[in-house]
Design a protein around this ligand. Structure first.
Ligand code: COA
Ligand code: AMP
Length: 638
């Protein structure tokens, strides 16, 4: 029997142009497209070529014009500052138009880049939408990245203006952002013409005359700006994500395809109606924050939530339950790690009894693999469907999900259910042949990718091709390994590259290795991801010292940990490192990171046939036991 999911899925693959052309009717266009899908330059596909549109108009103005002016657009709830604020669609239009005017007064026009380096405050969303209003291209940088990472992004994106705040607040710690920003600008070769700084009462900052502007002052003086029509294929934003080297990849999203796909997901994937409250407990610095804090809920006329807090400690493990009941939240979207944190503090779910959660209809999890224990805990305690769904910064929305708005399939813990309409998901083996059901291989998507996905990497079209399109011609390589079972359920097992996933945050071990190698006493190094019960994975470093180093080992290790924090940022969560005499390698000199990871996690492993010197594995094992890994592991890991 075909259900609504199957019908939509089949239709989307049989005739993608008809399927997405129909979905595009939900969007307000200045000019419709010449072609739904321009495939004249494969594999560089473009959606809605020839159309003109404005993303901000579709997020705000059309809802005000359509009678939603008094409805909440954004609910801001900040337990770390004890403040709450509701912003209606009409108020948001006002704020965004003024801030767009402020950006324009500093010379920002269509196509110019603006970096947004902000904590979780509504002004971060205002800044993103203001860029979209002008047709400018925003690039949001997560607040947990250090100056050096920000500088790399400044050099690549070449922003005219940077928008930031005096500080962010991490539970009880005030993190001054302005010194980080100043240092980043100092480090960068490209200098922005201006910055706009949101002054927060928790931290002051000195503004540099002629360069830095106070948000409140410049917005008050500005002439409100109207929406600027842009080509549907023009870039809306750049979002940097970890690659295999220290140079991050600037994922570029367009305006038209992004509007069509994200609006479509709100009903079909998340089963949300306009007017309902949708909460993505993430950060605007990540793709989840872009798609489901800032954009999709607003495209849909729903209410979005900006939460400045943690799942635990602000003030307790009942924080999410308070949010849901107080703000009448229909669907919550977060990372499994947040639920593991809650479960660790409140294993029996005792705090749930203090709140009425009858408004909550579904819990969505993504960002990392959902472990069956966490899914079961959430199902039992919340009594709603728990939907794991799989996606990536590059894809912008879910590749596989239980599309609740189309058809709710039985949940198989460990699987993000089925490929979403639009995604021709397949599993290929090393010889590029299709795998049988249940057989693990490379998860790939047959081109074209649906709208709303990335269409290039900023300033790096060749890297886009080489990284994603070259290995399996005609397919997008997800760099995830997995399988599809007899029932069509997808399973995502592990990355095929050196990316690790720490608390739902994507990090590159290759990038960390570059930092370790830059320490003057380090001759050689390796970083692997080890299993962690709370964060899923944690990075662990191995270093071989240069001959003749006399500094105490403890001091060197402390310096290395500090160096990663200073260079990449606290988000790297790099806290463990050990000194070894030698690294295990193949005869051709490749470091055997996979085997080291298995030893660290106390898993069985096969001696690699190509290993140069098997004795080194025993040395590694001993060093790992000394720091509590391998056979000395206290925590049972999956
Ligand atoms: N600005 C500055 N610093 C930040 C930051 C920000 N925006 N975000 C995180 N950090 C810091 C943290 O304070 C921490 O610093 P520390 O080493 O001094 O303790 C460090 O970066 C690591 O952060 P994190 O890995 O998030 O650990 P945590 O202990 O602070 O919190 C969780 C752990 C599980 C509670 C938290 O990661 C979480 O809520 N995750 C789920 C939601 C989510 O973020 N999902 C993203 C993808 S959907
Ligand atoms: P990011 O680009 O930061 O969103 O990270 C994307 C990566 O996170 C994917 O390639 C996967 O490795 C992992 N990931 C995200 N969601 C899931 C999921 N639901 N199940 C398994 N892995 C996931």
């Amino acid at each position: 029997m075909t259900n609504a999911y199957q019908q939509a899925y089949d239709a989307s693959l049989q005739d993608p142009e008809a399927f997405w052309g129909e979905a595009a009717k939900e969007i307000s266009w200045y000019k419709t497209w010449d072609k739904v899908l321009d495939d004249s330059r494969k594999p560089f596909y473009r959606w809605f070529a020839g159309a003109e549109v404005n993303t901000c108009y579709n997020a705000i103005d059309r809802h005000v014009e359509g009678g939603r002016g008094d409805q909440a657009a954004i609910i801001y709830d900040s337990p770390v500052t004890n403040s709450k604020r509701t912003i209606t669609y009409a108020e948001l239009k006002d704020e965004v138009s003024k801030f767009a005017g402020a950006l324009r007064s500093l010379g920002v026009e269509k196509g110019d880049r603006v970096i947004v380096y902000m904590p979780m405050v509504p002004e971060a969303v205002v800044a993103m939408l203001a860029c979209a209003r002008l047709g400018a291209v925003h690039s949001v940088v997560f607040g947990g990245f250090a100056s050096n990472e920000l500088a790399t992004r400044i050099n690549d994106a070449q922003p005219k203006v940077i928008v930031s705040a005096t500080c962010g607040i991490e539970t009880t710690k005030v993190i001054p952002y302005k010194p980080l920003l100043d240092h980043a600008i100092e480090l960068a070769d490209h200098k922005p013409a201006a910055t706009i700084i949101l002054k927060r009462p928790q931290a002051e900052a000195e503004l540099i005359a002629g360069r830095d502007h106070d948000w409140a002052e410049i917005a008050a003086k500005a002439q409100p700006a109207e929406c600027v029509p842009v080509a549907a294929t023009d870039p809306l934003y750049i979002l940097y994500t970890s690659g295999t080297t220290g140079q991050p990849k600037g994922v570029v999203r367009d305006n038209g395809g992004h509007l069509v796909a994200l609006k479509w997901t709100m009903k079909n994937v998340y089963n949300i109606e306009p007017g309902q409250v949708f909460w993505a407990a993430s950060d605007v610095g990540w793709v989840v924050g872009h798609s489901y804090i800032c954009y999709a809920p607003l495209f849909h006329g729903a209410t979005t939530v900006v939460y400045e807090g943690k799942p635990v400690g602000t003030p307790d493990a009942g924080a999410f339950w308070r949010m849901i009941s107080e703000h009448n939240i229909t669907a919550l979207f977060t990372a499994p790690t947040a639920f593991r944190a809650i479960k660790r503090e409140d294993p029996e779910g005792a705090l749930l009894k203090n709140y009425d959660l009858s408004c909550l209809k579904t819990l969505f999890l993504a960002g990392e693999r959902s472990d069956p224990d966490t899914i079961k805990w959430a199902q039992t305690n919340l009594g709603v469907p728990v939907v794991d769904h799989w996606w990536q910064t590059e894809t912008g929305w879910a590749i596989a999900a239980n599309c609740v708005g189309l058809h709710l399939f039985p949940v198989k813990p460990g699987s993000p259910t089925k490929a979403v309409p639009g995604w021709d998901l397949q599993v290929l083996d090393e010889g590029h042949h299709p795998c049988k059901p249940g057989q693990t291989g490379s998860l790939v998507v047959k081109l074209p990718l649906p709208p709303g996905t990335f269409y290039t990497l900023w300033n790096a079209e060749q890297r886009f091709f080489d990284s994603y399109m070259a290995e399996f011609p005609g397919y997008y390589k997800t760099a995830d390994a997995g399988m599809i079972d007899e029932d069509g359920y997808a399973y995502v097992m592990s990355r095929t590259d050196d990316i690790i996933n720490v608390a739902g945050h994507r990090l590159s071990t290759g990038q960390m290795e570059e930092v370790l190698a830059s320490h003057p006493d380090v001759a050689e190094c390796a970083v692997i991801g080890v299993a962690d019960q709370l964060k899923g994975q944690l990075p662990l470093g191995f270093v071989c010292l240069k001959a003749g180093v006399t500094k105490p080992n403890d001091q060197i290790l402390k310096e290395i940990v500090a160096l990663v924090r200073e260079t990449i940022g606290p988000v790297a969560a790099f806290k463990s490192c050990t000194i070894v005499k030698r690294l295990p390698k193949t005869r051709s000199g490749k470091i055997l990171r996979g085997t080291m990871q298995k030893i660290a996690d106390n898993q069985d492993y096969k001696m690699p046939a190509t290993i140069d010197d098997p004795a080194i594995l025993e040395e590694i094992d001993e060093s790992l036991q000394e720091i509590g890994y391998s056979k000395a592991r206290k925590e049972a890991v999956e």
